[in-house]
Ligand binder design. Structure first.
Ligand code: DX5
Ligand code: ZN
Length: 215
């Protein structure tokens, strides 16, 4: 059964109490929280202050995806805000190994996100330091985009790399996940499905989460 991580980016921020209640009662495993700085990606979302509110709203795992430059400057702030997982982009980190060590030393799980154009082989020398790889299946910055089909090949490559080395690193797929393509994504080797619009724009979000979970 895949781990389901609804992305709150697609939720209704005016009705956040209801959205969180729905998620807490649902089969969702994690909250996926997308932080954007308007520099690494061409969009701005929210930062540690808002994550603190999500932390208070749930006992589920807070999976924080940083789409920001120089993420190492904010590691402690996100830990203090209540992040359980902190994901940094390989493309934003010239000193990735140091960033991962810092995240883990502060007691969080360390994740690396990779953009659609970044080859899986770039992860080779750092994979054993990660708890999670967030593979972008759209160009980061916006919800509601179409899944890029070539990602399926990349999932298979990464699955093989992780299994060959006997690692426990989870593969998370982020962007364009739907009820229709989720089974194929899981069959390719994904462990975690992020879903924003598919969950929050559906007429019955709880039932949609359940459907994704039961694939
Ligand atoms: C995109 C974000 C995603 C986004 C996914 O940059 O990282 O987490 O919210 O949204 P959907 O599932 O709607 O593609
Ligand atoms: Zn994300």
């Amino acid at each position: 059964m895949p781990i389901i991580a609804p992305s709150l980016l697609a939720s209704n921020f005016f009705k956040m109490e209801d959205e969180c209640k729905m998620l807490n009662e649902s089969a969702a495993d994690w909250y996926h929280l997308d932080v954007m700085d308007g520099r690494f990606v061409p969009n701005i979302s929210f930062g540690p202050m808002i994550i603190e509110f999500f932390r208070q709203a749930t006992s589920k795992i807070c999976d924080v995806h940083l789409m920001i430059e120089e993420p190492g400057n904010y590691t402690e702030q996100f830990r203090n805000a209540g992040a359980d997982h902190l994901i940094v982009h390989i493309e934003a980190c010239p000193h990735l190994h140091r960033n991962l060590e810092q995240i883990k030393s502060l007691g969080m799980k360390a994740g690396v996100a990779i953009n659609p154009h970044t080859p899986v082989s770039m992860l080779s020398d750092v994979l054993h330091e990660t708890d999670l790889i967030c593979m972008m299946s759209v160009n980061p910055g916006f919800g509601g985009q179409q899944f890029i089909p070539y990602t399926l090949e990349k999932i298979k490559q990464l699955r093989q790399m992780i299994d060959e080395r006997g690692l426990k690193t989870l593969i998370e797929i982020d962007g364009g996940v739907t009820v229709e393509n989720a089974a194929t994504i899981v069959a390719a080797g994904a462990d975690v499905l992020v879903a924003g619009n598919t969950v929050f724009k559906s007429p019955d979000p709880k039932a949609t989460i359940q459907r994704l979970k039961q694939l």
